[in-house]
Design a protein around this ligand. Structure first.
Ligand SMILES: O=P(O)(O)OC[C@H]1O[C@H](O[C@H]2O[C@H](CO)[C@@H](O)[C@H](O)[C@H]2O)[C@H](O)[C@@H](O)[C@@H]1O
Length: 278
């Protein structure tokens, strides 16, 4: 599969005029009336990034498109987020889909059952100490720590610019000193337990156990905007189709295609909704 980057038309301020051509991207892959598994990220994909996670909102149109797909009888839908699983379910508010939170460590099924990936006791025992240390040393001038019970996000989106580089560097060091993995994300550093698990393995688990053990023979589409989403793109490479939401033409990605915005994701959902209807 070749990577076709979205080419923005710098002369044209209208995003509508430069929407990706989904017939070209997916027309050969998803035929009219086909069924599929649709996997999605939340922040920056289904909802615009905002100054604080509490402020994000999925638009009514996006929710309706997602509901139409999930209720079509033709689609299996899962949202895999870095947020904690109950938080992302609350934001989306649909019953008929699978939610996965904490970068795949938690899965919540429509019937209420849960699957939580195990975390070694010694690592889990360091969690509160790590947060205390971050709060003592790098939380200042607008940065803060989001406690998601098994992982954390150190946020510096609203921090004073002159402190950001040093506080992010030190936050990474502190997170790693407690045995956690640190990776940079959007205006943040994500701190995750050092288990062999990520969004890609979570997607593989969800597809294999809840969709179809032979899911690689079926149609799978994923969209995400962040570094942690690359694991899903890598995992479905070759058999599925993936989209990285980014305006960065130079960004290197495992995705099959780049698309520029949350609005483009909405149009992807509308294209899928019409396509699976036949
Ligand atoms: O995997 P996702 O669903 O994309 O979640 C990734 C993280 O999203 C949230 O943080 C990001 O979005 C915030 C709201 O737009 C923004 O203020 C922040 O700068 C971003 O990093 C969320 O707070 C994290 O817990 C998620 O891990």
């Amino acid at each position: 599969i070749s990577v076709i980057s979205w080419q923005p038309n710098d002369q044209d301020a209208s995003e509508m005029a430069t929407l990706p051509d989904y017939d070209q991207y997916l027309g050969e892959y998803l035929k009219p009336g086909d069924s599929l598994a649709l996997l999605l990220d939340y922040d920056g994909t289904l909802a615009e990034l905002t100054s604080h996670p509490n402020l994000t909102q999925m638009s009514g149109e996006m929710r309706q498109a997602l509901r139409n797909i999930a209720d079509s009888g033709k689609a299996f839908v899962a949202v895999i987020s870095g947020r904690d699983v109950d938080g992302v379910k609350e934001k989306i508010g649909l019953e008929n889909i699978i939610y996965s939170g904490n970068h795949g460590l938690e899965v919540l099924y429509p019937n209420g059952t849960r699957h939580n990936q195990g975390i070694p006791n010694d690592v889990a025992g360091n969690f509160d100490k790590m947060i205390d240390h971050l709060n003592r040393e790098v939380v200042h001038h607008g940065s803060w720590v989001e406690n998601k019970r098994v992982s954390i996000t150190f946020h510096f989106r609203e921090a004073e610019q002159q402190y950001v580089e040093e506080m992010a560097r030190r936050a990474k060091e502190i997170i790693e000193s407690y045995g956690y993995r640190a990776n940079e994300a959007h205006a943040s550093v994500e701190g995750k337990p050092p288990v062999q698990w990520n969004k890609g393995l979570a997607a593989e688990y969800i597809l294999g156990t809840s969709y179809d053990p032979s899911w690689r023979q079926r149609k799978v589409i994923f969209a995400g905007d962040d570094t942690t989403d690359e694991d899903v793109m890598q995992m479905i490479k070759g058999s599925g189709r993936s989209f990285r939401v980014t305006k960065d033409k130079a960004l290197v990605t495992n995705a099959d295609y780049k698309i520029p915005s949350v609005d483009a994701v909405y149009h992807l959902l509308k294209w899928i909704e019409a396509r699976i209807a036949g």
